[in-house]
Design a protein around this ligand. Structure first.
Ligand SMILES: *[C@@H]1O[C@H](CO)[C@@H](O)[C@H](O)[C@H]1NC(C)=O
Ligand SMILES: [Zn+2]
Length: 491
């Protein structure tokens, strides 16, 4: 008896040592500000070394991906299974734009989102005036083009009232090679707008210039002068391959999975340290904690999304191609996008799915206990939770806010100094704790709600995907505040 029991005790002790169980307390303890800083310092450096950003289709994204893989795949390969999920998306970038006036002068000009390119030599052509109609909008309707033959010319059109893309389509239909669009409010600070992703390939090139310049040219044309101007736009539109990075614990039940997501891409305009280096770094540190432990019940899957800033492309690709039975295994989704804003609010997402509250409560209770004013907030349409909500997976997440909470949102100044380290650390600890609790115990959390089974046939999933992809320009957390894709304005 004695021998047996001491052997059993010995085995038990060995087992206990080997198991080194994950507890919420250990997960919280493992998150260190210094390590979070190290990650964001690296993401900032990656951007600096790669043209100032970590955007989809550009080298900074690949370098960010290598940074995550060096840890997930190389260093942690004994405890994590890691792979890339590839997909294609249209890459667009405006490299250069210029308008040269009739006297050879350079004119102030801005490019619009999805601005088509001219031929490499530009378009040099006489201008043709179009009538101003500020009430209905100039050149917005077929009847306003009556008697205008713009063949071989650049059409001079005033901005306002209708979608710019409507003006461009009519100009093209009436023979114009391109459009010089003059602003409808004075000054050189011209507000950006988008031509709409759905119009790629359908529009002539356009240069948007100040009201004063356009008005003067229009007067000279009406006076009978011929004005030859040059429009030059260097823009890229092409499919590029990109990827999500998926890394999951070998430990845990594959039929009960908790997913933590953050997007790894930035906008082209800046390094994206808060948006969303903060979420990406959080996942790295939580992964670094969990891989030390064994014996937890449920699998934890970390996903770094690609092409979020282009319209949630990576996450929608993932959820829309996920087989039904795989979707059923995902028990909860946590989204971490912008969680270190410099003047933070502490939003905890909770939507209409009754399951959301289980995760939201864990995040909120920790932050409140630590003295942070965490408040429940509804989901918007601006981040990677959208796909998971669509397929009925209970979801939550944290968000510390766009302007005024983060004045560098989508700008070049979203660098290493754009983080509130105290708030960021608290949020990552909250995230680590919530994931650890669910890793051990999901009891009470309802399964995925399949309220919309009709949506799951391929055609409707595809439509849904297209619908969300079409909100590309407004994917930025429901805000419109400048930057690469910051404008929802189409007029
Ligand atoms: C992306 O497009 C390229 C070129 O058409 C193709 O070779 C590749 O297989 C595509 N990748 C995916 C993941 O669809
Ligand atoms: Zn973001």
């Amino acid at each position: 008896m004695k021998t047996t029991s001491s052997l059993a005790a010995g085995l038990w002790a060995l087992g206990a040592f080997a198991r080194n169980p994950l507890t919420p307390e250990k997960a919280v303890e493992d998150i260190k500000t210094q390590e979070l800083q190290r990650n964001l310092w690296n993401f900032n450096k990656i951007a600096r070394d790669n043209g100032g950003n970590r955007a989809f289709g550009l080298p900074g994204y690949e370098a960010s991906s290598d940074y995550v893989l060096e840890r997930a795949q190389t260093r942690f390969h004994t405890t994590m299974d890691t792979w890339k999920q590839y997909f294609n998306h249209t890459f667009t970038r405006i490299n250069d734009i210029s308008v040269t006036g009739p006297e050879g002068e350079d004119v102030v000009v801005i490019a619009l989102t999805y601005n088509p390119a001219t031929p490499a030599e530009g378009i040099t052509a006489p201008l043709i005036d179009t009538p101003v109609d500020d009430a209905r909008g100039s050149a917005c309707f077929e009847d306003q083009w009556e008697g205008i033959d713009a063949t071989g010319r650049l059409a001079l059109v005033k901005r306002g009232a209708c979608a710019i893309s409507d003006k461009l389509k009519l100009a093209s239909a009436h023979g114009a090679l391109g459009v010089i669009l003059y602003n409808n409010s004075p000054g050189n600070a011209i507000t950006a707008a988008t031509l709409g992703r759905e119009n790629i390939g359908l529009l002539p090139p356009v240069g948007t210039i100040p009201l004063e310049v356009g008005t003067a040219w229009s007067a000279r044309l009406r006076g009978g002068e011929e004005l030859v101007v040059k429009l030059y736009v260097d823009a890229v539109f092409e499919d590029r391959e990109t990827w999500n990075i998926i890394s999951e614990t070998k430990e845990g039940d594959p039929d009960n999975v908790i997913v933590l997501g953050a997007h790894l891409d930035s906008v082209q305009a800046g390094p994206g340290v808060n948006d969303d280096g903060s979420g990406s770094g959080a996942l790295l540190e939580i992964m670094g904690s969990f891989k030390k432990y064994t014996g937890f019940k449920n699998k934890v899957r970390f996903i770094w999304w690609g092409a979020e800033e282009s319209g949630l492309i990576g996450s929608l690709y993932y959820t829309s191609t996920l087989p039904e039975e795989e979707a059923d295994k995902i028990r909860f989704y946590f989204n971490y996008d912008m969680i270190g804003s410099i003047s933070p609010k502490f939003d905890v997402y909770q939507g209409r799915n009754p399951g959301d509250a289980y995760g939201a409560a864990l995040l909120q209770e920790y932050l409140l206990e630590e003295g942070y004013p965490a408040q429940l907030a509804p989901f918007g349409t601006g981040s990677d939770y959208v796909g998971f909500i669509n397929i009925g997976v209970p979801s939550s997440g944290l968000h510390t806010g766009t302007p005024p909470f983060d004045p560098c949102y989508h700008l070049a100044c979203d660098g290493i100094d754009n983080i509130n380290w105290d708030a960021y650390t608290a949020n990552v600890k909250a995230a680590a704790r919530a994931a650890a609790i669910f890793a051990n115990d999901l009891s009470g959390v309802p399964p995925r709600s399949r309220t919309t089974p009709a949506k799951r046939d391929f055609a409707s999933v595809r439509r849904e995907f297209e619908r969300w992809a079409a909100i590309a320009e407004e994917a930025e957390h429901g805000h419109s505040c400048g930057g690469e894709h910051g404008s929802k304005n189409t007029i």
